[in-house]
Design a protein around this ligand. Structure first.
Ligand code: AMP
Length: 327
């Protein structure tokens, strides 16, 4: 059992206990960690405190419906609620809270802190996922767990840690996963289909990226994906970000980025990963943010794309030079 030594977890639980009306929200363009942490926390609070009115908001994503249906709310009914924000540090990227008049905001997140500040804030950049934090919260407090909640949390952890592969995976991750499986007795191998099922179109699209990604001398892999290609392969705008981790462990590539044209919103969606230099400062420069080695951004013009690629390539060059001079 994980020892209870973390006072912020107690504070989080106290806040949950204090409020009768609770809204749980996460970031726009959700991934499995964002969706699963939201529905798992909502369902655990409902199970523990059936008298409370608890909802999870944000736009539903049909391919993630396994994690649970999100709630449509009338903001007036939740006037004066506690807003719990998961997996996102900046208010502008919180989905589904328009018109909501909340009393207090409480954030639980594993991204570097940004503008969301509430009286209770649990930010843990050492956690591999927000689902790891929600699992820890449930395991250390009277919040209840059932098989469905545990399964959702397990998949969120597996997804965000890329199957325990990324450096954010720690012995604590394994400890929490151990306790989660032991407590809930989930048949975790049977869950993988919900995470890894994909279409042949998507596999072919991955082949397109592999064939067309350019790689610079300094180890930057990049590709600009026009909207026509998204249409041709029958994939969607979220697919490049879903595939980006598959391009890890390529010997010639140290930093890699997919820049996808989103015609409707007149913007290019950018996903970026690194196993060398820290990239989230470059993401911040281009209307984005994220983790040190996994970030996202938004680019609005072709000139900006050029500048962005130049900045990343320079970062790779500087990193290589620094590595050589440290030998
Ligand atoms: P993605 O490549 O979409 O999986 O995103 C990688 C990480 O960067 C995630 O933790 C996202 O929450 C974060 N991120 C993606 N896009 C943005 C953005 N426009 N602004 C801030 N953070 C972002």
């Amino acid at each position: 059992m994980i020892p209870i030594n973390n006072s912020v977890i107690k504070k989080v639980f106290k806040k949950i206990r204090e409020y009768q009306k609770i809204v749980v929200a996460r970031h726009v363009g959700p991934d499995p960690d964002a969706i699963a942490s939201t529905t798992a926390l909502r369902d655990s609070i409902r199970l523990t405190f059936p008298e409370k009115k608890v909802v999870a908001v944000g736009l539903g994503v049909s391919k993630f419906k396994y994690y649970g249906i999100l709630d449509k709310i009338n903001p007036e009914e939740f006037e004066g609620c506690l807003l719990i924000v998961l997996d996102v540090p900046n208010l502008s990227r919180v989905d589904g809270i328009d018109g909501l008049n909340y009393q207090e905001i409480m954030k639980i997140d594993h991204h570097p802190a940004e503008d969301i500040k509430g009286p209770v804030d649990w930010t843990d950049e050492t956690s591999c996922s927000t689902c790891q934090m929600i699992a820890e919260l449930i395991l250390k407090t009277p919040l209840k767990l059932d098989t469905k909640i545990a399964g959702n949390l397990y998949l969120g952890i597996v997804s965000d840690s890329d199957r325990f592969l990324l450096s954010y995976t720690t012995n604590k991750t394994f400890q929490i996963v151990h306790d989660l499986i032991k407590t809930s007795k989930i048949d975790f191998t049977s869950l993988y289909n919900y995470l890894y099922d994909r279409s042949l179109d998507e596999v072919r699209f991955q082949g397109y990226i592999a064939m067309n990604m350019k790689v610079t001398e300094n180890g930057l892999g990049y590709i600009v994906i026009p909207s026509d290609i998204i249409k041709e392969y029958h994939v969607d705008l979220a697919t490049p970000a879903n595939l980006i981790n598959s391009f890890n462990f390529i010997r010639e590539v140290m930093v890699w980025t997919f820049i996808t044209e989103d015609v409707k919103n007149k913007v290019y969606k950018v996903s970026m990963r690194s196993h060398g230099p820290i990239i989230n400062s470059i993401a911040s420069k281009y209307h984005g943010g994220g983790h040190k080695y996994a970030s996202g951004a938004r680019i609005t013009s072709e000139e900006e794309i050029e500048q962005f690629i130049h900045d990343l390539d320079l970062l790779c060059l500087e990193y290589k030079r620094a590595s050589i001079s440290n030998i």
